[in-house]
Write a protein that binds this ligand. Structure first.
Ligand SMILES: [Zn+2]
Length: 84
């Protein structure tokens, strides 16, 4: 009796929270589906621009699913240019 209730709750909470401490999975709401999806260049996840973290790269804007991915991308660039 309790177990199925927990299973359903887990499914609902899991959808909202995603993983525990990994990058938060963004469940795209239906009103955002009509928007053009952008692709996270780090993990390859497709997401709505309104839910993504934008990062200006000159003329273009890159979008990331999480600060973790954005940091990864920025760190990668910094290593390439050998600064700091
Ligand atoms: Zn990502």
């Amino acid at each position: 009796m309790v177990s199925w209730c927990v299973a359903i709750l887990r499914r609902i909470v899991g959808k909202m929270a995603g993983g525990a401490n990994e990058k938060p999975y963004v469940d795209v709401p239906t009103n955002a589906v009509n928007q053009k999806l952008v692709r996270d260049p780090v993990c390859g996840l497709h997401l709505a621009p309104g839910l993504a973290l934008p990062l200006k790269q000159g003329a273009e804007t890159l979008y990331f699913c999480s600060a973790e991915c954005r940091d990864k991308y920025e760190n990668g660039r910094q290593k390439l240019s050998a600064s700091a």
